[in-house]
Ligand binder design. Sequence first.
Ligand code: CUA
Length: 420
Amino acid sequence: MRFRPADILRRITTTLALLALPLVTGGWTSGPQSTFDTKGPVARAQLEVFNVTVYVTFAVFFIVAGILAYATIKYKARSDSAEKAPVPDQGHGNPFIELGLIGASIAALVVIAVPTLRAIWYTYDVPEAERANAYEVNARGLQWWFQFEYPLEQIAGSGQLVTGNELVIPAGRPVRINLRTSDVIHSFWVPKLGGKVDMMPNRGNHLWLQADEPGYFWGQCAEFCGESHAVMRFRVIALGAEDFAAWLENQKKPARDVVAPAGAKAVLASYDMTPKKRNAPGYTADFDANPLAAWTAMQFPEKDEDAVLVNQGRKLFAEKNCVTCHAVRGHGASGVNAPDLTHFGARTTLAAGLLENNKPNLHRWIVDPNNVKPGNKMYMGVNGMAGYMTADDKGRMTKSHIQVNDTEARAIVEYLHSLK
Ligand code: CUA
């Protein structure tokens, strides 16, 4: 088989064009989880290491491939007689070329190693000079959600402030995050801010990151941790100093009590549960366009809140055993196996960052959690704890404690959304 130089050239340019396509179209540099769109110093340091490595390896590739292509074309046998000619004298090593290659390899390694080592030192912990200004939180991985603890924020009678799946941090300040797990290995990763570092059983890992400005960021578990690993997500919301202080103050309060006026009747919330909406993966145009504004809007009670329905939901939340696993401070729910829901209504997402926290999505989650996040413990039950399914004494899965019908779900949804 014979390749003409023009064929080879065409193949090379096609390959390069395909490789460059995402760069040209911005496919690598945008999107909520792009590591190229950095929003903090740690992510920038990591991107810099990536870039240096890419530049050096590209240079090596083009030099080697160029020489190979040159030799292939130039010394090609161009006729039958050339093909049959005896092999020319073979050389066995040229000291200058060999020493040169060794020297060039070492130089390439040094160029990669210096920024890499510097970045490893830098990203390992908050720099000494900024340590006094750093904020500290604990992130805990569980199958399949994230718990965030605020050891600096103590609540009288309840210990430290605890939230789930949405980590709120101060912008413009280093945040040291202690990484823990309650079961298997997870990995903490916020692509635009920094990461990823594993959450290891029996080992206290940590990382730090900083958001340049207030913003709304996506996080993702980056270590395979079981059935719903791929949908184990979270959000990071970075706020200015005043907003952050106000958020902390509100989070430390117990859950809202909603008092229904005497004689008031419940009006069944009439949100659209058509299959199309129910199965929509996610995010309304408004939310996509400005998620931080959407988050801010969710911090306040809803205008059309139905006080009667809220209180029905509150009662059902206890009757259906939700309180066994979930905590709602001030409402007599103090479970610790599942996300703390004291201020659930103020979160933009549910089911560990999987769905936007709107009423149809929450309804779908409460009625059939396994359909949203397969294998989750709300559905399966744990060690005889409440669950939609639990194992009998022979290990067979049976329908059990919790069943929520449509009417009940609407009340529970109204209650959970009142928890601002
Ligand atoms: Cu947790 Cu993957």
